[in-house]
Design a protein around this ligand. Structure first.
Ligand SMILES: Nc1ncnc2c1ncn2[C@@H]1O[C@H](COP(=O)(O)OP(=O)(O)OP(=O)(O)O)[C@@H](O)[C@H]1O
Ligand SMILES: [Mg+2]
Length: 1013
């Protein structure tokens, strides 16, 4: 918590006074002023005393100290109110306004600038360019408006001579998106006349002292304000260098805001025109009135881009339409010409000022506002309007200004005193009523229809004949004689402070003000000859033309009588109050410590007067008795229910009020609250702050909780969806499986009766899950199918089938031609069809051999060409190969079939064949003396393979009978063998011109030569 001020500086909040009396109030205010503490709170209201010196309390450090803090955390400051208004606007999306009031020179405009600076400093942390440019224009607009709307008065060197209400618009982020300026009642009479020691608006002096020689020359001006009637008063007052530097600042501000060169030029041309107009004199030349020296007229025509003739005509005549529609020109009297000229000068300036404000508004108005993107368009209004004025001579302007202050006081009473007290009553809170003066009666005195002063003035203006100010005063005296706040010399003849037929007095809430009625009617009528309006409208300068749209009306066009200045002002102030009333108000009440602009003087009487009319004491009393915060039970509960176990997430009590009581009790500030019928009232903001703190500490936890619940809900939903998906997928898969079964079933239902046992039936492609199953069923079907085929084979054919199966397995598809399509006869040499001439001999020889060697079966017999590997030489010879279940025989091919070699079948370790169509086979033996031969074919199927039969029969025999595997090697292109223990190769070659298949010796062994055809 920020450091609070020491008591030596007085009490930082008037609410803390021991007794609420004027003495104590003033003592505290004075003490604080003397100690350099210019700000003091009354609750949320800031009382500010003009220090009349530079204070080091507005820098970056101060801004950081106040940003986002609660009001009572820091010493009183403008920044604290600005931040409170900003927070209310941002947190609760509430439109707020800061009403700055006080008399001239009390420091309103300075306060409004500090407030705007603060808001500019704390917004747009992301430095977005468009927001920065809006902020820049808002800040720069002050400089321009002060140049054209401020003047030096006897009370204030930089007195605002117009009322200003500025709306600043924000998006949901709290960044400025635009703004709007309303100006009220510019004191235009200052253009033509100033009181002694005062000056015209700064802009004139800035142009004359700051404008370059060329510019001044082109405008036909001299750089000396003393030369011009409108500026010669108060020439001595301010240092000229000030005006010069201000002129530069204004020029650059105009450019930054977006005024074009042509517009800036037009603005200064109008100022020059006004200055030249002021110097125009008229002389009476017998019957008619003339302008003295036509040069000025020519210059005015040049500056306004009009015709000199029309200019002088407008100055000297007025065009009027008679009842019959005839148009006549009526010459002015010298007096009329002078007042016409002055009225023209005032109107020129007033319209120029209004145009500048309008032009700034077009630049800063909220553009491209999108409620969806930007959220609620919230507003902070800043009102800096003239304070209550009592001069020696008070005229129509003071009357209007004081009426405005009455209205604002009424609003203050309404919001701070009246509404507050009636709410306590309504809610049944024990409350001691605080008396205050309700100024509604004075407001009515001024603005009531038919009876109010403005109405009486308007009536007088409408009246035909010579209605003078005194006639009007008479009328007021008649109608308002009974009013307690109105008096005049006629009504109280003993009062010598008022002159008869000149003065009337209004007892304002801030004090009595005596007004001089002189000039009231003219100022209220605010007449300007139509000729001037037409003159300006017809200017070739478009900027000027734009300022005078009403100049386009024709002379004979009947126009409604324009509203009077008084009524226009009243309407604008009623609208302003309407605007303020719908916003949450924050107040800065400015007090002027002395008339001498001294930083050390504190004038008690002046101070007391201001404190009294600003109603500050009543404010303290209501505040002390009152409650800082109130809220409907339901809303309070909604906001803070998470801070109490009995109310979170929902309470079980009978009413929201009881639940709110539970929260209050839990936090232990039951003594700081009161329970109304519908609302809870909290006396000090501190209690609320502790609740707020707890709430903000809990919010992240709640956010996490909500995130958790929501994430859980999302996950459960996702899970349910996934489950549903899996269920659907499961059903679909089951369906696909079943469908596959059904399909297989239907396709294979009749395979038993089919000729091919279903071999030609195409298998349906299985779903992925059934891939293995599919392979198994295909295999099953194949086996079953094979079984059906094998079942029908006669036992006599079985040996052949087995041999073929064995050959197929052994050759493993590596040898293309292996004689499978042929009937395998095995014992070809005994077969009469194969060897018709020799079979009977062989039958006999083999019979002898069988008897002798006791073999039971011939596995294979046939002629062959065999490699004989001798000790000395190698040769090939024709031989007979006989394979039995016992031995391998090499027989002589001649009739006797003499046994040349006998090898027991056991020595056979494997076979090698080639992958070609040749009939060569190597019988590998354990003794590494392999038998290499090439089968020769007989008569039966002469050109077909017999080698497959030899291989199949041997492998089958070894597998089934001997229960050992006989390895078969299919080689290409050479077969590796051993002869007499040495490794040799046997290659196969086709040779042209070779008639018989035969072996030939080669380098590494042998080559089997095949005939080429
Ligand atoms: N906070 C401040 N710090 C320093 N000087 C200040 C401060 N407030 C006001 N002043 C001085 O007082 C002068 C008058 O203040 P300011 O122009 O704000 O008065 P005002 O209330 O706007 O008067 P008016 O009603 O005439 O416009 C300023 O020019 C400045 O010199
Ligand atoms: Mg001001």
């Amino acid at each position: 918590m920020a450091e609070l001020e020491d008591l030596e500086f007085g009490k930082s909040d008037f609410v803390l006074l021991d007794e609420v009396t004027m003495e104590q109030f003033m003592d505290n205010l004075k003490l604080r002023f003397e100690k350099g503490r210019i700000y003091t709170f009354i609750g949320e209201v800031v009382v500010s005393v003009n220090p009349y010196r530079e204070m080091d309390i507005y820098g970056r450090n101060a801004i950081d100290a106040y940003r986002g803090r609660e009001l009572y955390e820091n010493p009183p400051h403008l920044y604290a109110v600005a931040d409170a208004a900003y927070k209310a606007m941002k947190r609760r999306a509430k439109d707020t306004c800061i009403v700055i009031s006080g008399e001239s020179g009390a420091g309103k405009t300075e306060a409004s600038k500090y407030i705007m600076q603060y808001i500019a400093a704390i917004t747009n942390p992301n430095q977005r360019a468009e927001v920065e440019s809006v902020k820049n224009v808002l800040l720069k607009s002050n400089c321009v408006l002060e140049a054209f709307g401020n003047a030096k008065t006897n009370r204030n060197d930089n007195s605002s001579r117009f009322g200003k209400y500025m709306d600043i618009n924000f998006n949901f982020n709290g960044d400025t998106t635009g703004g709007h300026i309303n100006n009220y009642l510019l004191e235009k009479s200052r253009v033509i006349h100033q009181q002694e020691g005062e000056r015209n608006f700064h802009s004139f002096y800035q142009l004359l002292r700051g404008g370059s020689d060329e510019i001044l020359e082109s405008f036909h001006l001299q750089n000396d304000p003393a030369v011009y009637v409108y500026t010669k008063e108060g020439v001595e007052t301010t240092a000229s260098s000030n005006d010069r530097s201000s002129h530069e600042a204004v020029m650059s501000a105009l450019k930054v805001i977006g005024f074009s060169e042509a517009e800036i030029d037009s603005i200064y041309r109008i100022l020059a025109t006004i200055l030249l107009l002021g110097n125009i004199q008229f002389e009476c030349d017998g019957e008619s009135v003339q302008v003295v020296g036509l040069e000025a007229v020519n210059h005015i025509a040049e500056l306004t881009t009009t015709e000199p003739d029309t200019v002088s005509k407008s100055l000297l005549y007025r065009t009027v339409a008679t009842g019959g529609g005839e148009i006549i020109e009526k010459g002015h009297t010298q007096q009329e010409a002078c007042s016409g000229r002055d009225a023209f000068a005032k109107a020129l300036y007033e319209r120029l000022f209004a145009w500048i404000v309008g032009r700034i508004n077009t630049v800063i108005e909220v553009k491209d506002y999108n409620p969806l993107l930007d959220g609620k368009n919230t507003v902070i209004g800043v009102l800096d309007i003239y304070g209550f004025e009592i001069f020696d001579n008070n005229s129509f302007e003071q009357f209007c200004i004081n009426y405005c202050n009455e209205k604002l006081q009424q609003l203050f009473i309404e919001l701070i005193l009246c509404q507050e007290q009636s709410e306590y009553q309504r809610e049944g809170i024990t409350w001691q009523h605080i008396d205050y003066f309700n100024n509604q009666i004075i407001v009515d005195l001024v603005e009531q229809p038919h009876k109010g002063i403005i109405s009486i003035l308007d009536e007088a203006c409408l009246g035909v004949g010579n209605v003078t100010d005194t006639v009007c005063l008479e009328s007021m005296n008649d109608k308002l004689a009974q009013h307690p706040h109105y008096t005049s010399n006629k009504l109280s003849p003993t009062d010598k402070t008022m002159e008869f037929q000149k003065h009337f007095r209004v007892r304002h809430y801030a004090g009595d003000v005596t007004y001089s009625v002189e000039g009231f009617l003219d100022k209220n009528k605010d007449l300007l000859f139509q000729d001037f309006k037409r003159l300006m409208y017809n200017s070739a300068n478009l900027v000027l033309k734009e300022m005078w749209p009403d100049g386009q009306l024709g002379i004979t066009e009947v126009t409604k009588r324009p509203l009077t200045a008084g009524t226009l002002f009243k309407n604008s102030i009623v609208a302003l109050v309407g605007k303020l009333a719908c916003k949450e108000p924050y107040y800065v009440r400015c007090v002027k410590p002395n008339e001498k602009k001294s930083p050390v003087l504190f004038d008690d009487a002046r101070g007391q007067h201001q404190v009294a009319y600003l109603g500050l004491l009543e404010n303290v009393r209501v505040r002390r008795a009152g409650f800082a915060y109130r809220q409907l039970y339901a809303r309070f509960l909604q906001r803070y229910k998470m801070t109490c176990e009995y109310t979170w997430p929902n309470h079980l009590m009978d009413t929201d009020r009881e639940a709110v009581e539970a929260i209050v009790t839990q936090h232990g500030f039951q003594d700081d609250v009161a329970y109304g019928h519908t609302k809870l009232f909290v006396r000090t903001p501190r209690s609320l702050f502790s609740l707020e703190q707890e709430r903000s500490a809990l919010i992240p936890i709640l956010v996490l909780f909500i995130q958790k619940v929501w994430r859980g809900a999302l996950a459960r939903r996702r899970c349910r969806r996934m489950r549903a998906i899996y269920t659907i997928m499961g059903c679909y898969k089951r369906y696909k499986v079943k469908a596959h079964f059904w399909e297989v079933e239907s396709r294979f239902a009749n395979v038993r009766t089919m000729a091919d046992y279903g071999k030609s039936v195409e298998w349906p492609s299985p779903p992925a899950a059934l891939a293995q199953f599919h392979n198994n069923t295909v295999m099953l079907h194949r086996r079953w199918w094979a079984r059906q085929i094998v079942k029908n084979i006669p036992p006599s054919d079985m040996a052949e089938v087995r041999a073929k199966v064995a050959a197929m397995g052994a050759l493993a598809g590596e040898r293309k031609d292996w004689g499978v399509g042929r009937a395998w006869e095995r014992d070809y040499l005994s077969n009469a069809r194969d060897c018709p001439q020799t079979s009977h001999n062989f039958i006999r020889a083999s019979k002898d051999l069988r008897n002798k060697d006791q073999y039971s079966q011939v596995l294979f017999s046939g002629f062959c060409r065999k490699v004989n590997c001798g000790l000395v030489f190698n040769k090939t010879t024709d031989r007979v190969l006989l394979l039995t279940d016992k031995n391998i025989y090499e027989l002589g091919p001649k009739k006797q079939y003499k046994v040349l070699k006998r090898l027991p079948l056991d020595v056979l370790t494997g076979l090698s064949v080639t992958s070609g169509a040749d009939q060569m086979v190597a019988l590998h033996t354990t003794s590494q003396d392999d038998v290499v031969l090439c089968l020769q074919r007989g008569e039966l199927c002469p050109n077909r393979d017999r080698l497959g039969e030899l291989v199949g029969t041997l492998v089958d025999h070894f597998t089934r009978v001997r229960k050992v595997l006989l390895p078969v090697k299919v080689c290409s292109p050479v077969v590796q063998v051993h002869m007499r223990g040495k490794p040799k190769t046997v290659a196969v070659e086709t040779k042209a011109g070779q008639t018989n298949v035969d072996f030939k010796k080669s380098r590494d062994g042998f080559v089997l030569l095949l005939p080429s055809n």
